[in-house]
Design a protein. Structure first.
Length: 372
């Protein structure tokens, strides 16, 4: 059983996130047929335009759940074998022994050992994940850069490996999901974006979700403010940005309502078969981009509640924007939250992100949203 939605507590929680320092936050929480939507703060700090719960938003790596579901759909059709070597389909992208050793499943759950390409595409981030030795210059340099996904995956494949294929803990890497996008193209004869749109977005009945056609977010949206650990002060607007740097790994635009609808449909077995969903929920330990060990399935991440994996979903960030969408295993309770500020934590003398009131305020919101 769920606790009923505490609307006053949810209203107060989103307001507290704004007061803690986020320019704008908007969210939707569902419990069965009961729906709460809330927003606090501004979509544009220059004009004071307020945020509303219906805004479109770059959802970052939440995209991976969509891409993984599309791969599982192709597996159900017999076009992809999750335990087949990726070199069977993409020998020119992952050649030789690595192509024979890395399976499709290892790409999905980040146990391929392939490195993150981002520090190679963005030179000022070359010290990542040692954030104290990075800088935000490349973010501006690449605002309108049109990256070739084959070039990006090549950077990740050519970089020193971060693990052995199938070894755990795995290491979270966008290289894996750009390769999955190439795999979808190879087996369907369409672009990965077209495949994901047809097999996942439209199947879930999502009305405000899609891949960007250019650097601007289409429809009503908030500006996205990036602080890069205090190195950009005041935070800079990156809402106009060419998203080819992440493609079907993290470029999707959606709304909090659509995300709740998607994860509800996914966990109800309406997008992929129950047997495929069971595979998506089979987790392994993975080192996140923040350096923490997390449980990770096939494009799904569990949130522990009362000592067990009660909620499933994904989080995501882009330059200036963050999203978290979690749905209880039975699909009844759903939460999606979007903020228009990222990397607000400044660094301590050892280069580690310092605690910030925003962290506590968001944690409190998630607690109210998921626990009631």
């Amino acid at each position: 059983m769920s606790n009923p939605l505490d609307r006053a507590a949810l209203d107060a929680a989103v307001e507290n996130v704004h007061r803690a320092g986020v320019p704008g936050i908007f969210a939707e929480v569902r419990d069965g047929d009961e729906v709460w939507r809330g927003a606090a703060g501004v979509a544009d700090v220059a004009t004071g335009r307020p945020v509303t719960a219906g805004l479109r938003h770059r959802v970052g790596s939440v995209t991976k759940a969509f891409t993984a579901a599309a791969v599982l759909r192709q597996a159900e059709r017999g076009r992809i074998d999750l335990d087949a070597p990726v070199g069977r389909h993409l020998p020119e992208l992952v050649p030789g022994e690595r192509g024979d050793a890395i399976t499709v499943r290892m790409l999905l759950n980040h146990t391929s050992g392939l490195a993150e390409y981002l520090p190679y595409a963005y030179p000022s981030l070359k010290a990542w994940p040692v954030v104290a030795e990075t800088g935000p210059e490349s973010l501006d340099d690449h605002r309108l850069t049109r990256f070739d996904p084959v070039d990006l995956t090549g950077m990740g494949v050519a970089a020193p490996a971060v693990g052995t294929p199938g070894g755990t803990p795995g290491v979270y890497s966008n290289t894996n999901y750009l390769l999955l996008a190439q795999l979808l193209e190879r087996v369907t004869g369409t672009t990965a974006e077209q495949c994901i749109t047809r097999d996942v977005i439209e199947r879930a009945g999502l009305r405000d979700t899609g891949f960007p056609s250019g650097p601007e977010i289409e429809g009503p949206h908030a500006r996205l403010y990036e602080a890069w650990f205090g190195m950009i002060d005041p935070p800079r607007d990156y809402s106009v940005y060419d998203m080819s740097w992440v493609g079907p790994s993290a470029s999707l635009v959606s709304t909090v309502t659509d995300l709740n609808r998607f994860f509800g449909a996914l966990l109800a077995g309406e997008i992929i078969a129950p047997s495929s969903l069971a595979q998506m929920r089979r987790t392994v330990p993975v080192v996140s981009q923040e350096g923490r060990i997390i449980d990770y399935g096939l494009g799904l991440h569990p949130a522990e509640h009362s000592g067990r994996h009660a909620f499933w979903g994904h989080g995501g960030t882009v330059w200036g924007g963050g999203t978290l969408s979690m749905t209880r295993a039975d699909g009844r309770r759903r939460m999606s939250v979007a903020v228009n500020l990222q990397r607000w934590n400044r660094l301590d003398p050892f280069g580690r992100p310092q605690p910030h009131p925003i962290d506590d305020a968001l944690a409190a919101l998630y607690h109210v949203a998921m626990d009631g």
